[in-house]
Design a protein around this ligand. Structure first.
Ligand code: FPP
Length: 284
């Protein structure tokens, strides 16, 4: 957080919003569905790929801001398993942009201590793309700052299928299939994000109210924040506003609010003098 405040001009709008953020209640992990590149391009009569190109610049800025804030992890949805349905030229353009991004941003990742990871079915990507991903993964592997997960050829359902198959395969290899027990912990340990905290905040740009097969397991208790802003227009201020909004939420994880109603200590309180159940309305 200190690093971010140093990077801002004291008194300007971003600095004022950053100062409203409580550094002790930052989300540990933020996930973002970067949507709206196509609409951004359409508004300008540009080909769609120009929207993605503008989106890449925003990725660089937002990643750096998150690292300066001191987040533990940032996960960005760059390409879904469903995105192969797009025209070949767009898909190929996205691979070119990804390679450009990796080369351009590596020095910034090193400066900011970012550890880079790619999550998804990476083995199905073009080999040149896999090779460049591997280079950045290796070069940033000793960094100890924010973890940046880029979700590429990612699907929440395929991730769960891969996790279950990995468990089956391990159990088979160990001759343990009979004893295999599936638990929430064992599933989490076999996800692409194993060992990382679940996202606290899921941001989606450009207004669609859906999660689009993103981190289905991990976002069970994430706070959702949807903004109308298109991804290429999403800026540092938008991110800081999302975090302020997150800090105003009352996270209950299925429990009670911070100022809970009196707890009913005994079921006897739910019964009247004759032992009959009281209608809920009478319980106040
Ligand atoms: C959604 O916009 C965005 C994507 C499918 C890809 C996200 C890609 C980027 C932000 C750029 C590439 C990123 C890296 C790191 C290289 P859309 O095309 O679905 O927009 P629309 O809904 O307005 O059509």
């Amino acid at each position: 957080m200190k690093e971010l405040l140093h990077a801002l001009a004291p008194g300007d709008a971003d600095w004022r919003i950053a100062n409203q953020i409580d550094p002790l209640r930052l989300p540990a992990h933020v996930a973002i569905i970067m949507d709206g590149n196509g609409r951004w391009a359409k508004q300008r009569n540009y080909p769609r790929i120009m929207g993605h190109r503008a989106g890449v610049t925003v990725v660089g800025n937002i990643v750096e801001t998150c690292a300066q804030l001191g987040l533990e992890a940032l996960t960005l949805y760059a390409f879904s398993v469903e995105n192969w349905k797009r025209p070949r030229l767009e898909v190929e353009g996205l691979w070119r942009l990804l390679r450009f991004y990796l080369r351009k941003e590596l020095p910034k990742m090193m400066r900011n201590g970012i550890q880079f990871a790619a999550i998804g079915r990476i083995e199905s990507l073009p080999e040149v793309v896999q090779a460049e991903l591997q280079t950045v993964i290796e070069k940033t592997s000793n960094n100890r700052g924010m973890r940046l997960n880029l979700a590429i050829n990612y699907g929440g359902r395929t991730e769960l299928v891969d996790a279950v198959n990995a468990m089956l395969e391990n159990a088979r290899a160990e001759g343990n299939l009979e004893a295999l027990e599936i638990t929430e912990e064992s599933i989490a340990e076999h996800l692409y994000t194993a060992g990382q905290k679940d996202p606290d905040l899921l941001i989606r740009t450009s207004g669609e109210m859906r999660v689009s097969n993103f981190l289905l397991w991990q976002i069970a208790y994430a706070e959702l924040y949807v903004t109308e802003t298109l991804w290429p227009d999403f800026c540092r201020r938008d991110l800081l506003e999302a975090i302020c909004e997150y800090q105003s939420r009352d996270r209950r994880f299925g429990g009670l609010t911070r100022s809970p109603a009196p707890v009913v200590e005994s079921h006897e309180l739910l019964l009247d003098d004759e032992g009959l159940e009281l209608p809920l309305a009478q319980l106040g």
